[in-house]
Design a protein around this ligand. Structure first.
Ligand code: ADP
Length: 438
């Protein structure tokens, strides 16, 4: 601002001097015109220097501006300062980018940046090893062309990346990769890929082990149980001191049989995928069947059952699995409700899910147990659970079956008042009677 004012002063002084000289020589306007031309030529000269300096060679990009004074000196210095600031900021950013690239190059997991058109933008070294990407040939290639797998294409275009995708590595069927995508910026994607072959192998070894052990234990337990039953049938032939141990042995062998049975169910749920062909299940008759079976099992408790269900409601799913899940909940309701209790089995179509609920007015559950109830072998009261023949695996089975039907389990309970277990199935699994017939 200061220099701007002195530039104006300088112009005023020049014009006044020209006016005085012009007056003295008798050609005021000519002298003023000549002096304005000189002033204009001076500015033109400064503009040329400025232009030459701005367009200087990139090798001398940090060369100092030409020496100047007044307003032009200000302009040169100001631009030079801005250029220095920008150079500092871009070298700082380049440094950060270099570090990010160096650290991601050292990672064992592949990191791939994909632009909004779905083409590869950048990737680290691990991506070349895991996915076979080649630099720079694959730059700007469509990611779904390079990773040719229908599940990957479906996952990539779904834009819902809450879950990871596990598939075989492109061209290597013995390698399992886990893909995780995150959206950022303007529909750009960051894709992280991990080699989980080892983890996958261990997991299937664990599943096989549980399956095999449960299977192998089946026969010895049946034999032991058989002999125990035969001996208990002839209890009076035994010494009285053996009566109680024999009964306990029978009770525990029954529990062991239940555990083995539940472990086998869990292991087959874990290893077998849900078959494509599914059943249309008419809920009213399905509910009656579960009610009858449970009443048979708990005849002595004389519970009252109430079934609430729209008469034409049909759900689509694996009948045997859904039977096992819902009957597990109803059996639990009967187990943990004192004699004469009331159990309600209901179904309703909610705003965003089809809800199947099992409610009882039994002993209820303290709230701190609720988050852990579906864990394997989690039991609130071991002695009570073993009295009822419980294994602590029932709710884990329910949760697994529901997950296979894209459903969730919600548990509400008040200690001493009762519990309600709600299976929330997606609305796409609901159909009406007439629709199911077509
Ligand atoms: P269990 O075979 O022991 O019944 P579950 O996995 O089915 O195992 O249930 C886990 C625990 O949850 C049970 O030990 C029981 O204490 C509690 N529980 C389940 N259902 C009910 C219910 N309807 N009322 C009260 N407690 C329940």
């Amino acid at each position: 601002m200061q220099n701007w004012r002195s530039e104006l002063n300088r112009l005023c002084v020049l014009l006044s001097l020209a006016a005085v000289i012009g007056y003295a020589v008798g050609h005021v306007s000519w002298v003023m015109l000549v002096s304005l031309c000189i002033y204009y030529l001076y500015n033109l000269y400064q503009l040329r220097r400025f232009n030459l300096w701005l367009n200087r060679d990139s090798s001398e990009s940090d060369s100092e501006p030409p020496e100047s004074f007044g307003l032009w000196g200000d302009i040169f210095d100001g631009i030079y300062r801005l250029q220095k600031q920008e150079r500092r900021a871009s070298s700082y950013l380049a440094n950060i980018i270099d570090k990010a690239q160096e650290s991601s190059a050292a990672l064992e997991m592949a990191v791939v940046m994909i632009n909004k058109q779905g083409n590869l933008d950048w990737w680290n070294f691990a991506a070349e090893k895991l996915l076979g990407l080649q630099h720079p040939k694959d730059r700007n290639q469509s990611v779904t062309n390079l990773i040719r797998n229908p599940s990957f294409a479906e996952y990539f275009h779904s834009e819902s990346y809450d879950e990871t995708l596990k598939i075989e590595a492109p061209g290597e069927s013995n390698k399992i990769l886990e893909f995780q995508i995150a959206l950022f910026g303007e529909n750009e994607r960051l894709m992280i890929v991990r080699d989980i072959t080892q983890l996958h192998r261990l997991e299937s070894m664990r599943k096989d082990f549980v399956g095999n052990v449960s299977h192998e234990l089946g026969t010895p337990i049946t034999v032991i149980k058989g002999y125990l039953e035969a001996m208990l049938d002839n209890l009076d032939e035994l010494d009285a001191k053996w009566h109680k141990p024999m009964q306990q042995m029978q009770q525990h062998s029954m529990r062991m049989e239940n555990i083995v049975r539940d472990l086998l169910v869990l292991s087959s749920l874990e290893t077998k995928g849900l078959t494509k062909t599914q059943d249309a299940i008419e809920l009213p008759s399905f509910f009656s069947e579960i009610e009858n079976d449970t009443q048979q099992m708990f005849k002595d408790k004389a519970h009252t059952f109430e079934l609430v269900c729209p008469p034409s409601l049909v759900i689509v799913g694996k009948r045997s699995e859904l039977y096992s899940a819902i009957s597990n909940l109803v059996v639990n309701a009967a187990k943990y409700t004192p004699a004469g209790g009331h159990i309600i089995l209901s179904a309703e179509i909610g705003a965003d899910s089809l809800n199947i609920a099992v409610a009882d007015n039994g002993i209820g559950i303290e709230s701190h147990h609720l988050p852990r109830l579906t864990e394997r072998f989690y039991r609130i009261d071991e002695s009570r659970s073993s009295d009822t023949g419980g294994t602590g695996l029932g709710l884990a089975i329910v949760k697994h079956i529901l997950a296979r039907h894209e459903a969730e389990l919600e548990i509400q309970s008040k200690y001493g008042e009762g519990s309600c277990f709600i299976c929330k199935l997606p609305l796409s699994r609901a159909a009406s009677h007439s629709a199911a017939d077509n």
